[in-house]
Design a protein around this ligand. Structure first.
Ligand code: ADP
Ligand code: MG
Length: 441
């Protein structure tokens, strides 16, 4: 049957764990499906939502390859045995748009078991575990902070999964979802429903609260949600990429609420932990990697675990495609563009070259005294990148090189750009993109 073929094709393309957890749980509804519409059924709403967001386009594409028609993919929640589906309305998954997040989706792969503990994250792990064992008791609220890709969302979901398995009602949302939910309920005058949702749970998990910065109205609502839950002994866990005190434009009242619980930070993993994480990911995903390859990846890549995971998946895909074992040489050749140069290989000239090309500002303008705002911005970007990527990063030589007054001017520019990055996710990801471009030169 066609769906068996599609499942098999997917099996080749995605990780074993994704396959077992999601794709295998789907059944094809022959009666409801047509050539341009494929209806799949699963009994679990999380699996439905997750499959929809992660795999629907891939599934549609594979159908197109097989049948010549690209169908829409609908994933319904219902019974597998086919005969007795509940009436359509009762099992139809609500369409979830970014602005109307009704149910909140936990990632079932993010568990305590799949989290590797090392000294960099031990404290946060223990705190998260306690919060899941004694919700609302010792560490409330729990605030987990740390850099990008270091496992904050993973721990947040681990708490959620554990408590949700034990029957507690769990709400997980990014602060952005909370914010969007809030504004749309205000617009529709349905604030009672909003409050019902966020204030009637046993566990509230809010991801990425750094984006609360300067959003006064949302902060106000969040403050009341917070108080209501704390008063009733409900557990709140939040994450942020920085310490609450460093989130600019955060209301003092919120700050003191956050501080009334426990703040646990996750540091960058040391080499041993990185190695252990890579080994764990390989084990979970059934990817065979020799120890020397694991060591190479751990040493050569940045500390962002998400990026490291991407690299493992890429290696695996390439090795299947080219039918080759993943030897050290193979890994080096596949990853040559991705593995960053060591810091001292990157020069400020290279940075200026990339920035000037990307922002369309001449190198000579960047090094001029011009106050034109686009040029000022490009100069700040250069300062930021130089301080992050090179060893020529002390303030005084940078000031000289860029024709700026002195090191305080550089320091000021550096602070300014960091605050823009904190406030503006799009800008922040642009900076990451530039870093990758520079490193892969
Ligand atoms: P962030 O801190 O940005 O929220 P995530 O929690 O999304 O980071 O983690 C990024 C990826 O790295 C996830 O796939 C997560 O499973 C993985 N990861 C991070 N830390 C660990 C760890 N200690 N053990 C296992 N996986 C980890
Ligand atoms: Mg996260």
């Amino acid at each position: 049957m066609i769906f068996d073929v599609i499942q098999n094709l997917l099996k080749q393309e995605i990780t074993k764990i994704d396959y077992e957890r999601y794709i295998k749980q789907l059944t094809f509804d022959e009666k409801k499906s047509k050539s341009d519409q494929v209806v799949l059924i699963t009994s679990n709403p999380y699996i439905a939502k997750w499959t929809e967001s992660k795999f629907a386009s891939k599934i549609a594409h594979l159908f197109e390859l097989q049948t010549g028609t690209k169908p829409t993919i609908t994933i319904l929640v219902g019974k597998k045995d086919g005969a007795k589906f509940p009436p359509e309305e009762s099992y139809k998954l609500p369409t979830i748009s970014a602005k109307h997040t009704k149910s909140t989706i936990l990632n079932p792969s993010f568990t305590f078991d799949s989290f590797v503990v090392g000294s960099s994250n031990q404290f946060a792990y223990n705190a998260a575990l306690s919060a899941s064992e004694k919700p609302g008791k010792d560490y409330n609220p729990l605030f987990i902070c740390g850099g990008v890709g270091l496992g904050k969302t993973h721990l947040l979901n681990a708490i959620g999964n554990k408590l949700s398995d034990s029957g507690k009602s769990v709400i997980y949302a990014t602060i952005e979802q909370f914010m969007n939910d809030f504004t749309s309920h205000i617009r529709n005058q349905t604030m009672d429903r909003f409050r019902e949702k966020y204030r009637n749970c046993d566990l509230l998990l809010i991801d990425d609260v750094q984006f609360l910065s300067k959003k006064e109205q949302t902060q106000e609502e969040f403050f009341h949600t917070f108080n209501e839950l704390l008063q009733h002994g409900k557990q709140i866990v939040m994450t942020s990429d920085k310490h609450p005190r460093k989130i600019s434009g955060l209301d003092e009242r919120l700050l003191s609420r956050f501080a009334s619980g426990l703040t646990a930070d996750i540091q960058k993993p040391e080499l041993e932990t990185k190695i252990a994480i890579i080994e764990k990911k390989c084990e979970i995903n059934g990817i065979p990697l020799d120890h020397e390859v694991v060591q190479y990846i751990a040493a050569a890549l940045d500390d962002n675990i998400r990026e490291i995971e991407g690299v493992i998946i890429k290696l695996n895909a390439f090795s299947k495609m080219m039918n080759q074992k993943i030897s050290l040489d193979f890994a080096k050749s596949v990853l040559k563009d991705q593995i960053k140069e060591t810091k001292d290989h990157i020069t400020i000239e290279q940075i200026i070259e990339v920035v000037s090309r990307e922002l369309n500002i001449k190198p000579s303008e960047i090094r001029s005294k011009s106050r034109n705002s686009a040029i000022v911005n490009a100069r700040r970007v250069v300062i930021y990148l130089a301080r992050n990527l090179t060893t020529q990063n002390s303030m005084t030589p940078l000031a000289e090189y860029l024709g700026m007054k002195d090191h305080t001017a550089v320091s000021h520019a550096y602070k300014k750009i960091n605050s823009i990055i904190d406030d503006n996710a799009t800008f922040a990801s642009k900076m990451e993109e530039l870093k990758t471009k520079i490193r892969s030169k």
